[in-house]
Design a protein around this ligand. Structure first.
Ligand code: E4P
Length: 215
């Protein structure tokens, strides 16, 4: 499973990239709004930092405007992927952009049918938001299973990005289901390698090793 980080913060991206496990980045308007400085410059720096796809959201709502905005955003760097919310206009834009070779990450996906339409329109990625579904009493990971089945049934090339990840169990479940990608917030990534027994084990081995060193 590919691991993306869900942030626009360069320090977080740099740190996680240094672990050697990072395949890409997703941003959204909320995440971008948390960072200072020029938006396009920040995105270019992120693209140069990580040699993988970097999703950036187009904010226009009509297909011709989304297409225009997507083309502008694509000029920032070849690794930029255009995030487009799943709407009628978003589908039209996705269909047109994907035919021109511009990769789209269809976002704000909350149902299997939305994902099916996104794949039919040629989206390179589809982003179901599991945490936000859990928040309203639905089962986000169940949706991931449905979408993976549908995409596999018809051999779509669209990759599933498990998004709105809230905790390490979402990541484990995504990997067990065979999701292509999980986009994970920094704090959840940090929790993934932590285990109290690992810390206790290291401390014990260090203490015992001191005895060996004294011999
Ligand atoms: C995904 O691409 C989105 O940026 C993100 O995962 C949304 O997560 P949230 O529900 O925690 O805002």
């Amino acid at each position: 499973m590919k691991i993306f980080i869900d942030t626009a913060n360069q320090a977080q991206i740099e740190e996680v990239d240094s672990w050697g496990i990072l395949d890409g980045v997703t941003t959204n308007p909320t995440l971008v709004a948390k960072e200072s400085g020029d938006f396009k410059t920040n995105i270019r720096k992120i693209c140069e930092m990580v040699g993988g796809p970097v999703s950036v959201e187009a904010m226009s709502t009509k297909a011709p405007d989304i297409i225009k905005e997507a083309k502008e955003l694509s000029k920032i760097h070849t690794n930029v992927v255009i995030k487009i919310p799943i709407t009628e206009e978003g589908l039209k834009a996705t269909s047109s952009l994907s035919k021109e070779g511009i990769k789209v990450n269809m976002t704000l996906v909350f149902s299997a049918n939305q994902a099916l339409l996104a794949a039919k329109a040629g989206a390179a990625y589809v982003s179901p938001f599991v945490g936000r579904l859990d928040d309203v009493g639905e089962d986000g990971m169940e949706l991931i299973g449905q979408i993976l089945d549908i995409l596999e049934n018809y051999a779509f090339e669209t990759e599933v990005i498990v998004a709105s990840v809230r905790h390490p169990i979402h990541v484990t479940q995504a990997a067990m289901m065979g999701a292509h990608i999980a986009t994970i917030p920094y704090d959840v990534l940090k929790k993934m390698f932590k285990h109290p027994l690992t810390d206790i084990g290291i401390e014990r081995f260090q203490k015992d090793w001191e005895k060996v060193a004294k011999h």
